[in-house]
Write a protein that binds this ligand. Sequence first.
Ligand code: SAM
Length: 232
Amino acid sequence: MTAPRAGSGAMFDAIAGRYDLLNRVLSGGLDRRWRQNLVHALGLAAGARVLDLATGTGDVAIAIAKAHPDARVVGLDPSARMLEVARRKVDAAGLADRVSLVEGAAEQLPLPDASFEAITMAFGIRNVPDRPRALAEAVRVLRPRGVLAILELGEPREGVLGAIGRLHVHGLVPRLGALLSGAREYRYLADSIARFPRPDQFTAFLLEAGLRDVHVEAQTLGACHLYVGRRP
Ligand SMILES: C[S@@+](CC[C@H](N)C(=O)[O-])C[C@H]1O[C@@H](n2cnc3c(N)ncnc32)[C@H](O)[C@@H]1O
Protein backbone atom coordinates (compact mmCIF):
# COMPACT_ATOMS: atom_id res chain seq x y z
CA MET A 1 0.00 0.00 0.00
CA THR A 2 1.42 3.42 -0.90
CA ALA A 3 1.55 6.10 1.79
CA PRO A 4 -1.01 8.89 1.41
CA ARG A 5 0.13 12.23 -0.02
CA ALA A 6 1.70 14.35 2.70
CA GLY A 7 -0.78 16.85 4.12
CA SER A 8 -3.80 15.15 2.53
CA GLY A 9 -7.01 14.16 4.29
CA ALA A 10 -5.81 10.52 4.15
CA MET A 11 -2.63 11.44 6.02
CA PHE A 12 -4.69 13.22 8.69
CA ASP A 13 -6.99 10.17 8.92
CA ALA A 14 -3.96 8.29 10.25
CA ILE A 15 -3.22 10.75 13.08
CA ALA A 16 -6.73 12.00 13.91
CA GLY A 17 -6.87 10.27 17.32
CA ARG A 18 -3.67 11.98 18.50
CA TYR A 19 -4.00 15.29 16.67
CA ASP A 20 -5.34 17.45 19.53
CA LEU A 21 -2.74 16.23 22.01
CA LEU A 22 0.08 16.77 19.50
CA ASN A 23 -1.13 20.27 18.79
CA ARG A 24 -1.11 21.24 22.46
CA VAL A 25 2.31 19.73 23.09
CA LEU A 26 4.07 20.98 19.94
CA SER A 27 2.79 24.56 20.26
CA GLY A 28 3.20 24.65 24.05
CA GLY A 29 -0.53 25.41 24.30
CA LEU A 30 -0.20 28.56 22.13
CA ASP A 31 -2.44 27.12 19.40
CA ARG A 32 -5.50 27.86 21.56
CA ARG A 33 -4.61 31.54 21.92
CA TRP A 34 -3.92 31.84 18.18
CA ARG A 35 -7.35 30.38 17.36
CA GLN A 36 -9.00 32.82 19.80
CA ASN A 37 -7.27 35.74 18.05
CA LEU A 38 -8.61 34.41 14.74
CA VAL A 39 -12.16 34.31 16.10
CA HIS A 40 -11.89 37.88 17.46
CA ALA A 41 -10.56 39.17 14.13
CA LEU A 42 -13.80 38.17 12.38
CA GLY A 43 -15.86 40.90 14.09
CA LEU A 44 -19.03 38.90 13.48
CA ALA A 45 -22.48 40.47 13.51
CA ALA A 46 -25.47 38.70 15.07
CA GLY A 47 -26.69 35.63 13.20
CA ALA A 48 -23.59 35.31 11.01
CA ARG A 49 -23.00 32.22 8.89
CA VAL A 50 -19.39 31.07 9.03
CA LEU A 51 -17.46 28.46 7.06
CA ASP A 52 -14.42 26.89 8.73
CA LEU A 53 -12.22 25.33 6.04
CA ALA A 54 -9.86 22.46 6.98
CA THR A 55 -11.81 22.27 10.22
CA GLY A 56 -10.03 19.07 11.28
CA THR A 57 -11.09 18.18 14.82
CA GLY A 58 -13.30 21.27 14.91
CA ASP A 59 -11.56 23.59 17.40
CA VAL A 60 -12.15 26.78 15.38
CA ALA A 61 -15.75 25.90 14.49
CA ILE A 62 -16.47 25.22 18.18
CA ALA A 63 -14.70 28.40 19.36
CA ILE A 64 -16.78 30.51 16.93
CA ALA A 65 -20.06 28.89 18.00
CA LYS A 66 -19.20 29.40 21.68
CA ALA A 67 -18.16 33.05 21.21
CA HIS A 68 -21.24 33.87 19.09
CA PRO A 69 -24.30 32.08 20.46
CA ASP A 70 -26.42 32.80 17.39
CA ALA A 71 -23.81 32.08 14.70
CA ARG A 72 -24.19 29.03 12.46
CA VAL A 73 -20.97 27.30 11.47
CA VAL A 74 -20.13 24.79 8.75
CA GLY A 75 -16.86 22.92 9.27
CA LEU A 76 -15.40 21.33 6.14
CA ASP A 77 -12.52 18.84 5.85
CA PRO A 78 -11.54 15.95 3.55
CA SER A 79 -10.54 13.68 6.48
CA ALA A 80 -13.44 11.53 7.67
CA ARG A 81 -11.51 10.55 10.80
CA MET A 82 -10.73 14.14 11.80
CA LEU A 83 -14.43 14.92 11.29
CA GLU A 84 -15.40 11.97 13.53
CA VAL A 85 -13.35 13.51 16.36
CA ALA A 86 -14.91 16.93 15.57
CA ARG A 87 -18.41 15.39 15.68
CA ARG A 88 -17.80 13.98 19.17
CA LYS A 89 -16.50 17.34 20.42
CA VAL A 90 -19.39 19.30 18.86
CA ASP A 91 -21.92 16.91 20.45
CA ALA A 92 -20.19 17.06 23.84
CA ALA A 93 -20.29 20.88 23.70
CA GLY A 94 -24.04 20.78 22.94
CA LEU A 95 -23.52 22.64 19.65
CA ALA A 96 -24.88 20.10 17.16
CA ASP A 97 -27.80 22.37 16.21
CA ARG A 98 -25.46 25.19 15.09
CA VAL A 99 -22.29 23.45 13.90
CA SER A 100 -22.55 21.13 10.90
CA LEU A 101 -19.66 19.12 9.49
CA VAL A 102 -19.13 18.42 5.81
CA GLU A 103 -16.59 16.18 4.09
CA GLY A 104 -14.89 18.04 1.25
CA ALA A 105 -11.84 19.86 -0.07
CA ALA A 106 -11.24 23.61 -0.07
CA GLU A 107 -10.57 23.59 -3.83
CA GLN A 108 -14.10 22.43 -4.66
CA LEU A 109 -16.65 23.65 -2.16
CA PRO A 110 -20.04 21.93 -2.33
CA LEU A 111 -21.64 25.24 -1.30
CA PRO A 112 -23.59 28.01 -3.07
CA ASP A 113 -22.16 31.41 -4.08
CA ALA A 114 -22.18 34.29 -1.55
CA SER A 115 -23.50 32.17 1.31
CA PHE A 116 -21.19 33.09 4.26
CA GLU A 117 -20.40 36.30 6.13
CA ALA A 118 -17.03 34.89 7.19
CA ILE A 119 -14.60 32.11 6.32
CA THR A 120 -11.81 30.82 8.54
CA MET A 121 -8.93 28.42 7.93
CA ALA A 122 -6.46 27.52 10.67
CA PHE A 123 -3.28 25.60 9.81
CA GLY A 124 -4.97 24.28 6.67
CA ILE A 125 -3.88 26.34 3.64
CA ARG A 126 -0.36 24.87 3.90
CA ASN A 127 -1.85 21.44 3.09
CA VAL A 128 -3.87 22.51 0.07
CA PRO A 129 -2.13 21.57 -3.20
CA ASP A 130 -3.97 24.12 -5.37
CA ARG A 131 -4.00 27.27 -3.23
CA PRO A 132 -5.16 29.73 -5.94
CA ARG A 133 -8.17 27.51 -6.58
CA ALA A 134 -8.99 27.23 -2.86
CA LEU A 135 -8.76 31.02 -2.45
CA ALA A 136 -10.97 31.56 -5.52
CA GLU A 137 -13.54 29.15 -4.05
CA ALA A 138 -13.44 31.00 -0.71
CA VAL A 139 -14.07 34.32 -2.49
CA ARG A 140 -16.93 32.73 -4.45
CA VAL A 141 -18.83 31.52 -1.37
CA LEU A 142 -18.17 34.71 0.66
CA ARG A 143 -20.83 37.41 0.61
CA PRO A 144 -19.70 40.87 -0.57
CA ARG A 145 -17.80 42.56 2.35
CA GLY A 146 -17.44 39.12 3.91
CA VAL A 147 -14.21 38.43 5.79
CA LEU A 148 -11.64 35.68 5.21
CA ALA A 149 -9.24 34.95 8.09
CA ILE A 150 -6.37 32.50 7.76
CA LEU A 151 -3.97 31.34 10.45
CA GLU A 152 -0.78 29.68 9.32
CA LEU A 153 2.49 28.64 10.86
CA GLY A 154 5.66 30.19 9.57
CA GLU A 155 9.33 29.97 10.22
CA PRO A 156 10.64 32.86 12.33
CA ARG A 157 13.50 34.08 10.15
CA GLU A 158 15.59 36.80 11.71
CA GLY A 159 18.09 37.06 14.58
CA VAL A 160 18.38 34.97 17.71
CA LEU A 161 14.61 34.43 17.91
CA GLY A 162 14.63 33.17 14.33
CA ALA A 163 17.35 30.68 15.24
CA ILE A 164 15.36 29.47 18.25
CA GLY A 165 12.22 29.23 16.11
CA ARG A 166 14.01 27.18 13.46
CA LEU A 167 15.45 24.90 16.11
CA HIS A 168 11.93 24.35 17.40
CA VAL A 169 10.46 23.67 13.95
CA HIS A 170 13.28 21.49 12.60
CA GLY A 171 14.65 19.93 15.79
CA LEU A 172 11.92 19.58 18.36
CA VAL A 173 8.75 19.30 16.22
CA PRO A 174 9.83 16.30 14.09
CA ARG A 175 11.40 14.49 17.07
CA LEU A 176 8.54 15.03 19.49
CA GLY A 177 6.04 14.41 16.69
CA ALA A 178 7.78 11.15 15.77
CA LEU A 179 7.75 10.06 19.38
CA LEU A 180 4.06 10.75 19.81
CA SER A 181 2.91 9.88 16.31
CA GLY A 182 4.32 8.97 12.88
CA ALA A 183 7.78 10.25 11.97
CA ARG A 184 6.82 10.90 8.37
CA GLU A 185 3.87 13.12 9.26
CA TYR A 186 5.93 15.34 11.51
CA ARG A 187 8.90 15.60 9.15
CA TYR A 188 6.30 16.82 6.66
CA LEU A 189 5.06 19.37 9.21
CA ALA A 190 8.53 20.88 9.63
CA ASP A 191 9.23 20.88 5.86
CA SER A 192 5.89 22.39 4.92
CA ILE A 193 6.28 25.17 7.50
CA ALA A 194 9.70 26.01 6.06
CA ARG A 195 8.31 25.99 2.49
CA PHE A 196 5.26 28.17 3.19
CA PRO A 197 5.47 31.61 1.51
CA ARG A 198 6.71 34.55 3.58
CA PRO A 199 3.97 36.85 4.98
CA ASP A 200 4.46 39.48 2.25
CA GLN A 201 4.27 36.79 -0.46
CA PHE A 202 1.15 35.20 0.99
CA THR A 203 -0.45 38.65 1.35
CA ALA A 204 0.20 39.14 -2.39
CA PHE A 205 -1.58 35.81 -3.13
CA LEU A 206 -4.61 37.01 -1.16
CA LEU A 207 -4.70 40.26 -3.15
CA GLU A 208 -4.36 38.30 -6.41
CA ALA A 209 -7.33 36.17 -5.34
CA GLY A 210 -9.40 39.37 -5.26
CA LEU A 211 -9.42 40.09 -1.53
CA ARG A 212 -9.07 43.67 -0.28
CA ASP A 213 -8.15 45.41 3.02
CA VAL A 214 -5.67 42.60 3.54
CA HIS A 215 -3.54 42.78 6.65
CA VAL A 216 -1.27 40.37 8.44
CA GLU A 217 -0.49 40.12 12.14
CA ALA A 218 2.44 38.12 13.51
CA GLN A 219 1.58 35.89 16.47
CA THR A 220 4.15 34.91 19.10
CA LEU A 221 7.24 36.39 17.43
CA GLY A 222 6.30 35.19 13.96
CA ALA A 223 5.78 31.51 14.77
CA CYS A 224 2.33 31.98 13.31
CA HIS A 225 0.60 34.66 11.19
CA LEU A 226 -2.99 35.78 11.06
CA TYR A 227 -4.10 37.04 7.63
CA VAL A 228 -7.38 38.91 7.29
CA GLY A 229 -8.98 40.19 4.08
CA ARG A 230 -12.39 41.12 2.72
CA ARG A 231 -14.28 40.35 -0.43
CA PRO A 232 -14.98 43.71 -2.12
C1 SAM B 1 -3.22 20.85 10.67
S1 SAM B 1 -4.89 20.37 10.44
C2 SAM B 1 -5.78 21.80 10.99
C3 SAM B 1 -7.09 21.47 11.66
C4 SAM B 1 -7.83 22.60 12.37
N1 SAM B 1 -8.16 23.71 11.49
C5 SAM B 1 -7.10 23.13 13.58
O1 SAM B 1 -7.10 24.34 13.80
O2 SAM B 1 -6.58 22.32 14.34
C6 SAM B 1 -5.00 20.48 8.69
C7 SAM B 1 -6.29 19.96 8.10
O3 SAM B 1 -6.29 20.26 6.70
C8 SAM B 1 -7.06 19.27 6.07
N2 SAM B 1 -6.86 19.30 4.62
C9 SAM B 1 -5.95 18.65 3.88
N3 SAM B 1 -6.13 18.90 2.57
C10 SAM B 1 -7.19 19.77 2.49
C11 SAM B 1 -7.89 20.38 1.41
N4 SAM B 1 -7.51 20.18 0.14
N5 SAM B 1 -8.95 21.17 1.70
C12 SAM B 1 -9.33 21.38 2.97
N6 SAM B 1 -8.71 20.82 4.04
C13 SAM B 1 -7.65 20.02 3.80
C14 SAM B 1 -6.59 17.99 6.76
O4 SAM B 1 -7.49 16.91 6.58
C15 SAM B 1 -6.48 18.46 8.22
O5 SAM B 1 -7.63 18.16 8.97
